[in-house]
Design a protein around this ligand. Sequence first.
Ligand SMILES: Cc1cc2nc3c(=O)[nH]c(=O)nc-3n(C[C@H](O)[C@H](O)[C@H](O)COP(=O)(O)O)c2cc1C
Length: 195
Amino acid sequence: MNSPRIVVMAGSSRREALSRKVAAACIAPLAAAGADVDLVELADHPAPLYNGDLEVESGLPEGIVSLQQRLAAADGLLVVNPEYNGSITPLLKNALDWCSRPNPADRARSGGAVYAGRAAAVVGTSPGALGGMRVLFHVRDILGYLGMQVIPQQLAIGKAGEAVGDDGCLRDPAQREALDKLAQALVDTARRLRR
Ligand SMILES: Cc1cc2nc3c(=O)[nH]c(=O)nc-3n(C[C@H](O)[C@H](O)[C@H](O)COP(=O)(O)O)c2cc1C
């Protein structure tokens, strides 16, 4: 049987985003846990702020259709999210909302179908000490509402500017071990839930 495919997605598209660096550091642990990893850069999937009039007039943006296809091809999702005022970034919320909309031309790979019954995990990042601890609960709530099976393991990476070494891995052995365990639990859950 093929390896479970896991999409990794950071909630910021900023060029020097700390969350993008941590997302990249998640690739090796997921691969070691047996995943086929698809690193999504939200900058590659541009979309205007969701507005129902836009959807009625123009349908789904091209960048959202292609993101839905990547999510639909995956068995699980790992979200690495910075904290904005204790919550989710508008970029990530907008992408999740757009992707939750049905595409009449491709119902199987759009709308709720891209989330429901798939595995998910959340990692928070912050330049501060708490590592985005507060955002974790918001994001897991949103993903759960979308029908994803969010695993209990989670990780808040504080001082994220110094967290990733030159080798692209987390520097702190305790954080590395926690990420390895999260990655294994996500891959195992994705494999179990696979349709
Ligand atoms: C609107 C806004 C709100 C923020 N709120 C928080 C916050 O609640 N907690 C926190 O730790 N950092 C907060 N920050 C700082 C971000 O964690 C910091 O800018 C971080 O580098 C953004 O993530 P990125 O590097 O992945 O782009 C906030 C930044 C912005 C722009």
